[in-house]
Design a protein around this ligand. Structure first.
Ligand code: BGC
Length: 463
């Protein structure tokens, strides 16, 4: 390692490897925003969004239900068979929207979804539905897991708010989500009715409760980040008093925090790289916390840092590989591959991973080691920041002091599940915050198919 890269790494680590004192303002900032969000009506950039789900499954429910799960990358339409005893079987149709669909007219996008619903009912899972349901004589219920902010007004109604993850659908913001689905189903001659709308975090929490009814947090750590938890209805001041009065005292309702939107320059330790990346994004200043730590952004942050190293002659002999200066050209997937790599296979992955860039001079193993170290620093900060969300949600619910029971977190998402060492890093970060004794009680448990299973469960619980 040269002297210059040593200096650059020291600076980078001092900005990215946050200690407990540096995490405190973030956790406190989140706790403060919880309180504000509980009071502020859900309009525009809403947080702390009520789901109107006040019941968690017991694990004994059975039957076949249909759900739809839309995230940043995939659309999944699923027939979920609840088998009881916490077991499920899923059969799905999966498609990815093109950039044109994600940025084009809303109607076209919903028509595309309706086609996928039809494919599930009439082809893929035909045998799981009744003949009258397949022919359209009988209405089929659909649980919709929407991984974007929605201002929910009822369990099956909600206004579409500003979407992230590359979606800029025309004529959708401000419209009722269920109505947009129903119009498309009608255009396509489908007899399907949206019986529940839920955020993917709510879906994850509900799905996890099917296997572990003591779950208290549903957390998505994927392309985006977000979390849900049960809050006492009496604390959700933003709900009208008459609505709150309808629920028996002590009832808890699942809240979609939209923690991805939390944070501002005052308490997030934004670096020059975060600021540069945010400025180059098509929605600047939106989801600042998410941009510092979720899968959609880690690769670009790494690329920006690497560019700095190159400019300082500390990487690739000071030569920018052709294409490497292209913003967003270095996906988070490359970071995973580099970090997963072991020395003996370095040369192979080097060709595979960096093959898309043109190098005047092939990068050395030292270059790869430097790039990998940058990846490690960026992803370690991501784990540290994720721990702040978990810590704030635990504190908000008083879970540490209420009892000595384990604290169950249903976790879902590619960044958590597939990024190498993320799980260990997150545990280490929680240990740094809570100390060994308490952090040992925190169980981060993977929820498979959170969106689809949660969607089906809520569709069932609400029918
Ligand atoms: C969205 C949330 C979603 C999260 C995880 C964020 O970008 O705004 O609604 O829950 O990603 O998918």
């Amino acid at each position: 390692m040269t002297e210059i890269s040593d200096i650059l790494f020291k600076k980078l680590e001092s900005e990215f490897i946050l200690n407990r004192d540096q995490l405190a303002p973030i956790v406190n900032g989140f706790l403060n925003e919880f309180q504000i969000g509980l009071k502020t009506p859900s309009k525009g950039l809403a947080t702390m969004i009520p789901s109107f789900v006040t019941q968690l499954p017991t694990g004994n429910e059975t039957g076949t239900f249909m759900s739809l799960d839309l995230g940043g990358t995939n659309l999944r339409i699923t027939a979920v068979q609840l088998l009881g005893d916490g077991h499920v079987k899923v059969l799905e149709v999966k498609h990815s929207p093109t950039k044109e669909l994600k940025t084009g007219p809303g109607e076209l996008f919903f028509d595309w979804i309706a086609d996928a619903v039809e494919e599930l009912i009439t082809v893929k899972a035909r045998h799981l539905f009744q003949p009258d349901q397949v022919s359209g004589k009988e209405t089929l219920a659909l649980g919709v897991c929407w991984s974007f902010p929605v201002d929910q007004t009822e369990v099956n109604r909600g206004t579409i708010l500003r979407m992230g993850k590359g979606f800029t659908l025309q004529n959708t913001e401000g419209r009722d989500l269920a109505t947009m689905f129903h119009e498309a189903f009608e255009r396509k001659g489908l007899n399907v009715k949206v019986s529940a709308i839920l955020n993917d975090t709510v879906g994850t929490l509900v799905a996890h409760a099917y296997t572990n009814p003591r779950s208290r947090i549903g957390l998505i750590f994927a392309t985006g980040v977000n979390a849900a938890y049960p809050e006492k209805v009496e604390n959700i001041i933003k709900l009208d008093q008459q609505v709150r009065d309808k629920y028996p005292a002590g009832t808890e309702m699942l809240l979609n925090t939209e923690i991805d939107i939390f944070g501002n320059e005052d308490y997030l330790p934004l670096t020059s790289y975060d600021i540069t990346m945010d400025k180059s994004h098509n929605q600047p200043k939106f989801q600042l916390y998410e941009k510092m730590m979720s899968g959609a952004y880690l690769g670009e942050l790494t690329r920006l840092i690497a560019m700095d190293f190159i400019k300082n002659d500390a990487l690739f002999k000071g030569q920018i590989p052709e294409g490497f200066d292209e913003p967003w050209s270095f996906p988070t997937m490359y970071m995973s591959a580099l970090e997963r790599d072991v020395t003996s296979t370095r040369q192979v992955s080097l060709e595979k991973i960096l093959g898309k860039y043109h190098f005047e001079q092939q990068p050395s193993l030292e270059d790869i080691a430097i790039l990998t170290r940058i990846c490690r620093i960026v992803s370690t900060r991501s784990a540290l920041l994720c721990s702040c969300a978990i810590a704030a949600l635990i504190e908000q619910q008083g879970l540490v002091t209420k009892s000595n029971a384990d604290i169950i977190v249903g976790m879902n998402g590619s960044t958590y599940e597939f990024y190498p060492f993320m799980e260990e890093r997150l545990h280490r970060a929680l240990r740094q915050w809570f100390g060994v004794e308490i952090s040992d009680r925190i169980r981060l448990e993977i929820t498979s198919d959170g969106g689809s299973v949660g969607g089906a469960l809520i569709a069932m619980l609400c029918c």
